[in-house]
Design a protein around this ligand. Structure first.
Ligand code: G4P
Length: 285
């Protein structure tokens, strides 16, 4: 498989910037894609966040298999990290963020109070890989019209916070993390869910991987969608059967394989096989 390169200089610079910004905040909101709670992580995030508390927000929860998502939340909990399911578009779950942050930071807040410090909003920032929903969540939290940028003493001029109600301040620019590309399964899962551009991996590899993962975990939805019987050892027949059912034919009655691939990927990313999770907790225990 083609190796995907992430320019190391860029990575080092991004990491340094994020580490600098993290110093200014109380707690990190790490956004992940609920369909790939493991593959959408950044492998060195703990190096960047250091001792700062962190919450995992499993975004796009509307697209995820809720039963598997419960297992992931329990998995993170057992590791001592709180995770919440959210939908940044309609805001479902977003109102649970602030109470959770207050709970996690209870001791710190109490300590400051006992030292006579005036109560202040909790400061946070959003981190996550591209396309995971960072901007959508910032807009949701900011309620759009409430975008009040502030200059604060002791903080560089370009660092601005968005005030969310009276109790929360959010850095206005999210930290963009890189995913782990060098693991083939992870790269394919990122591609399948649309987290990385389609020209990065050969589309056939991505589609065949999609067939395999549906066959493994969501076979009945896969078969029902196209009204076919899937034999995963005969990939060409799967392409042929989908093409025939949908009438994706080229002149001479040949199957239009490109069309099968493009439609399959589109449908995969738009809930046409139901709510799915590609990463499984049992792969990681
Ligand atoms: P980013 O800043 O992290 O890069 O992500 P951004 O907010 O731009 O969101 C990327 C895409 O994900 C957007 O779709 C957005 O609407 C969608 N999205 C964000 N949060 C959710 C969610 O909770 N549920 C669902 N279903 N979708 C969500 P887009 O602009 O249409 O791009 P695309 O769908 O063509 O990739």
């Amino acid at each position: 498989m083609k190796q995907i390169q992430w320019y190391p200089g860029h990575m080092a610079k991004t990491k340094k910037e994020i580490i600098e910004k993290i110093k200014l905040i109380d707690i990190v909101l790490e956004l992940r894609d609920a369909r790939i709670p493991f593959s959408s992580r950044n492998p060195v995030i703990t190096e960047m966040t250091g001792n700062k508390p962190r919450v995992i927000l499993l975004n796009k929860a509307d697209l995820a298999d809720q039963k598997e998502l419960d297992k992931w939340i329990a998995y993170f909990d057992a590791k001592g990290v709180k995770a919440l399911r959210v939908n940044a578009i309609n805001g479902k779950g977003v109102n649970k963020i602030l109470p959770l942050l207050k709970e996690i930071l209870k001791d710190k807040i109490e300590k400051e109070k006992s030292r006579g410090r005036k109560e202040r909003p909790i400061r946070t920032m959003i981190l996550g890989i591209p396309n995971v929903g960072k901007s959508t969540l910032i807009n949701k939290l900011a309620n759009k019209k409430k975008l009040v940028a502030q200059d604060r003493p002791g903080v560089t001029r370009q660092t601005q916070y968005i005030r969310v109600g009276k109790d929360l301040e959010l850095l206005d620019t999210p930290g963009i993390l890189w995913p782990k590309f060098d693991d083939e399964d992870i790269a394919l899962r990122l591609a399948l869910t649309g987290a990385i551009r389609d020209d990065i991996l050969p589309i056939d590899d991505v589609v065949i991987y999609g067939f395999k993962i549906l066959n493994q975990y969501y076979k009945s939805q896969f078969e029902a969608r196209y009204d076919i019987k899937v034999d995963i050892d005969d990939i060409v027949k799967i392409f042929d059967d989908i093409g025939t059912r949908r009438g994706f034919l080229l002149p001479g009655k040949k199957i239009d394989y490109d069309k099968v691939s493009n439609i399959f990927l589109h449908e995969f990313r738009h809930e046409k096989f139901g709510k799915i999770i590609l990463d499984r907790v049992d792969e990681h225990v």
